[in-house]
Write a protein that binds this ligand. Sequence first.
Ligand SMILES: C[S@@+](CC[C@H](N)C(=O)[O-])C[C@H]1O[C@@H](n2cnc3c(N)ncnc32)[C@H](O)[C@@H]1O
Length: 447
Amino acid sequence: MARARIAPQVEVPGLAARRIATDIVDGVLRRRIALDDQLSGKSAHLGLATLADRDRALMRRLAATVLRRLGTLRHLVGGFLDKGFPADAPRTEIILLVGAAQILWLDVPDHAAVDLSVRLAQADRRAARYAGLVNAVLRRVAQARATFDAADVTRDTPEWLLKRWRKTYGDDTAQAIAAANGHEPALDLTVKQDAANWAERLHGEVLPTGTVRTSAQGAISLLPGFVEGAWWVQDAAASIPAHLFGAIAGKDVCDLCAAPGGKSAQLAIAGANVIAVDRSPARIARLKENFARLKLNVETVAADALEWQPDRRFDAVLLDAPCTATGTIRRHPDVPWLKSENDLGILTALQSRLLDRAANLLKPGGTLVYCTCSLEPEEGEAQIADLLARDPRLTRAPITAAEVFGHAEFVTRKGELRTLPHYLPHADPRWSGLDGFFAARLTRKPD
Ligand SMILES: C[S@@+](CC[C@H](N)C(=O)[O-])C[C@H]1O[C@@H](n2cnc3c(N)ncnc32)[C@H](O)[C@@H]1O
């Protein structure tokens, strides 16, 4: 291929949003940095501050769409490349995927998607020589749009993960989970009080869980109710475990993996005396910010739960353990591309040590709720079965359908919570679904 000159980048409208989306997708796929970490906080992309609100929203949507539909995009675009994606200029692949996502799913005219992608290639030292290829391939993507079947979402789940879900849940359910993960979900909020009023103000609806689900777009901090601390962002499924303690007012509760604090906040609002522990000082700082905004008072401890030695035991312990997070792919489309089967072994070992610790922190007669946002049974059902086998002080306190807002499909035969991303169906897929969560409730026998 002929050597191409690198074009100085002329800032045409919309180019910065595409460039930053390309950087961020590249950051996930090649540098393995989580999407959220690139969008806010200390590692956030420096260019974000330069984008107008509209461009920032477009950029986020673009990066998330590429990650959500990565397998489909690679399949379609790869089909137009005789020699595969250029190995000597890896950014070319990302530019092509970002361009194709605009043509297939975003409201961007084809010529703009192609032109901006060519400009991105021209400005990159290595990809510049492939600018002509980017132009030709994206034109073919535009021509193929009408006939390409983009509905086969199973391509968007890595093979190892799909294989596990088929084994655990059967082919049809695995397919339904993959399909649910293909849709951008609505925003879920847990409100301090008066859900119906907030649903109206935010043009949303109240789900059976009490969650307010809204299609509100844009910066969260600009939505009504944020500044005064009327609500916080929390998926409907994530709000269920805290309810499993029942009447908790006045009880001493320890939340062992607490940050950023959604479940501690629910417990504090329900009247519990909460102590929120988390290993990460940065995440504890975020939790404190959240609690200040929500005007809630909670004791916090930045410590490793495995080493932390409190001077008392607790009526209730919540362990929302670190996990592969494979139940949250709808909201975190980078998860399948950042996690591998190796992570599972490391995390399950940590979870079982944390469970032993949690059991030791309970008063006799106390209640332990364990939960993970994983679809993998090793991080849920199997952890509890193993714990019950090795710790005779504990018994399962089965969860009933009535406790999970009448949703019998959320409860397993053993009385554990198991939500799947395709539950809570709605005619509009963006309004349906909830995270895949597991939860079990155990009690410690009196000494
Ligand atoms: C699933 S998140 C918790 C989410 C939180 N419960 C909520 O509802 O907002 C898991 C948390 O566990 C923390 N963590 C991981 N290992 C830990 C350990 N050994 N001790 C304490 N916290 C830990 C992580 O820093 C992370 O904040």
